[in-house]
Design a protein around this ligand. Structure first.
Ligand SMILES: [Ca+2]
Ligand SMILES: [Ca+2]
Length: 355
């Protein structure tokens, strides 16, 4: 009897431990939780302004994500982020599989523009996305947006994605009665991307346009961008090269009187990362590999104006602790073309824990 009880007990215990690892989803076939913690430290070597902090830590990202497979046709993703101390909704989208080739996306998610922007923040080649990526967001032609999209798998290699969104950025609603601001209006952002993925390389071109202001406001116009980008995997995937070029226009409408001239801008970025994996993890926190990445970014805010350009060089090593954890160290040198403006040198370190 004692032996029988032990067997029953062992059986129950074994099953209980299995149950403990599962997540019970009320409405979905599967539900997966994941998250990300990114702690960043930066040191500014150049600022001589005694009123400025030169050095410190910040919580770059604290994220929680849920991925649900509701049924064979519907999946959903929900991600919230706390950056520093500000919580925000990052991704909230549902995907509906219309056919084997066509998927409808609804909610808040990345507009299909700029390869670097579409890469997960947990696997960026350098600590931060480039200033080129930031300039596309600042001009309202990329980034996370609220709207709907259509993803079409044309062939095994060729994908097309189309998107209609508010164009007002993350979490910003556009509803009847809302007050018109720069990107909050009746005008919507339209974007699209055609991409080809082959064995060792990928190539794509994106287009976006976003109407800003309103006919009643002087700043009535449309921002647009066309942006080709690529990536290459060499040396059995240990060398990754990624780049992009974005040609943008901020066009002002036909306003009577004070409308300024249209502005053309250009940004580009080229980044490479070399990975070296150890044969076996070492005893220091399971260190199992190294990376070295370098990147160069060019910004020209107005192609008709001289001396407003900027070149940014970034690079440094990273230490891998298994597939989900790494510490990256980047030296960042920002070189404005304008005479009399000093270069800026920052050392940025980031620990990423994908959990
Ligand atoms: Ca809008
Ligand atoms: Ca210029």
């Amino acid at each position: 009897m004692k032996k029988f009880l032990c067997v029953v007990c062992a059986f129950v215990c074994a099953n209980t431990s299995l149950w403990a690892g599962d997540t019970e989803a009320k409405n979905s076939e599967t539900l997966k939780f994941s998250g990300r913690i990114q702690l960043q430290h930066a040191h500014d070597f150049t600022s001589e302004d005694s009123t400025e902090t030169k050095d410190g830590f910040r919580m770059r990202r604290g994220r929680i994500q849920m991925d649900a497979q509701v049924n064979d046709f519907i999946s959903a993703k929900f991600q919230i982020e706390v950056r520093d101390k500000s919580p925000q909704l990052v991704d909230a989208l549902a995907k509906m599989k219309v056919s084997d080739e066509v998927t409808l996306k609804l909610g808040q998610f990345h507009a299909p523009v700029w390869r670097e922007e579409l890469r997960s923040s947990g696997s960026l080649l350098l600590v931060e996305r480039s200033e080129a990526a930031n300039m596309l967001i600042d001009n309202g032609v990329s980034g996370r947006q609220l709207g709907v999209g259509l993803a079409v798998e044309v062939t095994e290699e060729i994908d097309v994605e189309l998107n209609v969104a508010n164009g007002a950025g993350m979490g910003v609603k556009e509803t009847p009665g809302s007050t018109i601001a720069k990107f909050v209006n009746d005008g919507k952002m339209l974007s699209g991307r055609v991409s080809g993925s082959f064995d060792d390389f990928g190539v794509a071109v994106s287009y976006a346009q976003n109407a800003y202001g309103s006919e009643e406001l002087v700043n009535d116009g449309t921002n647009s961008v066309i942006a080709p980008d690529f990536n290459l995997n060499l040396l059995d995937g240990n060398l990754e090269i990624e780049g992009g070029l974005a040609l943008g226009t901020n066009a002002y409408g036909d306003r009577v009187g004070t409308a300024p001239d249209d502005i053309s801008w250009m940004v580009w970025d080229l980044t490479a990362k070399l990975v070296y994996m150890l044969d076996e993890p070492c005893s220091v926190a399971g260190l199992n590999g190294y990376e070295f990445a370098v990147g160069v970014t060019g910004l020209d805010q107005n192609t008709d104006v001289d001396n407003d350009e900027m070149m940014i060089l970034r690079g440094g090593p990273a230490f891998l602790f298994g597939p989900k954890t790494r510490i990256q160290i980047n030296a960042e040198l920002t070189m404005p073309a304008l005479d009399g403006v000093d270069d800026m040198f920052t050392l940025r370190t980031q620990a990423t824990f994908n959990i």
